[in-house]
Design a protein. Structure first.
Length: 473
């Protein structure tokens, strides 16, 4: 099956083409034969991967980058109205298409699985992409993170299934009409776009209403927000609702999650039969993600035992408890966690995997608005680590909010009994960690910003000298 190009997308120009969501759509369009071009703020492995697939990628934003024959300009919610390429497109009458609309059109004629939730979307989407591929079904997919190399976040497959990460942050997931929708959890986040839990529920209800008649909603039974959403959408009779989790009434019930080092063994009761399989990442929340993926695949008619076996092929996605390496007896792992629920889950998973080893966290808060609303909870989560270094807030698309700094998190962490070191200079962190670490420790770089760049630098510093604090610790 080879769907054609969506209307006006044969010569698209992407503003911010290196972003996780944008680059995936660009890659699929290039694989379908489109003449893809775009720009990004800086050079990256993703930009180079797109060039290797025939795309033209400019570095920096300039009206001159917009080709004379561009058929559409694709933007995300992060692109500001005064972007020179966006201004040029409007002046020339070039259609401006939101990323979510482009992705929705790529799903036309296929069997979409849309994965939604405040946390866990990238992991669950990746699990489905890997397992369906392992079964020879060659799905198309668009993921918010790379599986194993730059540009591996998307694929145009010849199969009939399209697996997509469905982003609730700007309500763009309302554009999709999935055959199967997954809702992993429902919590208050994205405070610049949602003022209350009621708005969050309304948004997820709209998403659930987009499921095609005869389709399936796979939703968590254990998480309170998901349970409330289930109550709200129960009355829709033309959609099957499948709950999963450890709750006694779950349709797909998790009987046991057994840690196996940096992996887990999961036993579920599905259709009256017990099924045991391995998830090659640690932690109960990743086990739940795998069971959600299992339930979604079964809803499409894939035999449960085949899919369970294929899920074992998943070995992780970049930035989701990704092992960066080991030096001087210290392991360094990277985590994308930036919401307190995610931080707690990843720290608990690592604690379960490493036992008595010390966990040292380098945490970079993401967004001023999120820190303003959840900074205290972030600090409380850091109390699960043995010691933490907290960086300044990574602003991403936001302007500063007066009075909102990392001090909010640091004060809450210390109140919760955490050992916290503030550090304003990111480049100083490798030396700070070398002064804290000792053989057997695990260092976790955590956050959705550029804290991920520190992992290799920490490893280099540990490799190039003895640990300063071995004797004093």
């Amino acid at each position: 099956m080879t769907p054609g190009l969506p209307p006006a997308m044969d010569r698209p120009h992407f503003i911010g083409i290196g972003g996780a969501g944008m680059s995936g759509i660009a890659k699929i369009l290039a694989q379908r034969g489109a003449k893809v071009a775009g720009s990004d703020a800086r050079e990256s492995g993703t930009a180079e991967a797109l060039r290797e697939r025939g795309a033209t990628v400019h570095i920096g934003h300039d009206a001159a980058h917009l080709a004379a024959d561009a058929s559409a300009v694709v933007v995300s919610s992060a692109i500001r109205e005064d972007n020179p390429e966006l201004t040029a497109a409007k002046d020339r009458g070039v259609p401006v298409v939101h990323r979510s609309d482009a992705l929705a059109r790529l799903m036309d004629g296929l069997r979409p699985i849309a994965v939604a939730g405040t946390h866990g979307k990238t992991t669950t989407t990746s699990m489905l992409a890997v397992s369906l591929s392992a079964l020879g079904l060659d799905p198309s997919y668009a993921i918010g993170g790379d599986l194993d190399a730059p540009g591996s976040n998307a694929h145009h497959g010849e199969g009939e299934i399209f697996v997509a990460e469905a982003d609730e942050s700007d309500r763009s997931f309302h554009k999709y009409a999935p055959e199967v929708a997954i809702v992993l959890n429902v919590e208050l986040d994205h405070h610049a776009n949602y003022a209350s839990m009621d708005e969050i529920y309304e948004s997820f209800e709209t998403f659930a209403d987009k499921i095609v008649p005869g389709g399936t909603l796979v939703i968590a039974a254990d998480q309170s927000g998901a349970a409330e959403l289930t109550r709200r959408v129960r009355e829709r009779s033309d959609v099957q609702i499948v709950t999963y989790g450890e709750s006694e009434g779950a349709d797909v019930r998790i009987q046991k999650v057994t840690p196996r080092g940096l992996a887990s063994e999961v036993t579920v009761l599905l259709g009256g039969k017990l099924l045991t399989f391995t998830v090659s990442v640690p932690g109960r929340h990743y086990a739940h993600n795998a069971v959600a993926a299992l339930a979604a695949g079964v809803a499409l008619g894939i035999p449960a035992h085949n899919l369970a076996s294929a899920l074992g092929k998943y070995t992780g996605v970049k930035r989701r408890l990704q092992l960066k390496g080991e030096a001087a007896g210290v392991q360094v792992i990277d985590s994308y966690a930036h919401h307190p629920t995610e931080m707690n889950a990843d720290l608990e998973a690592i604690r379960g995997a490493v036992g008595d080893s010390r966990i040292l966290v380098v945490f970079q808060p993401h967004l001023f608005s999120r820190t303003q609303e959840l900074g205290v909870e972030m600090g409380q989560a850091l109390a699960l680590a043995d010691a933490s270094v907290v960086l300044d807030i990574y602003p991403a698309r936001e302007d500063p909010i007066p009075g909102i700094t990392s001090a909010l998190i640091i004060d809450a962490a210390r109140t919760a009994g955490a050992d916290v070191t503030p550090e304003h200079a990111k480049d100083a962190v490798p030396e700070v960690i070398a002064g804290m670490a000792r053989p057997g420790d695990l260092v976790l770089t955590m956050g959705a910003g550029d804290v991920t760049d520190l992992g290799p630098k920490i490893l280099d510093r540990l490799s190039n000298g003895s640990l300063v604090s071995n004797e004093s610790n």
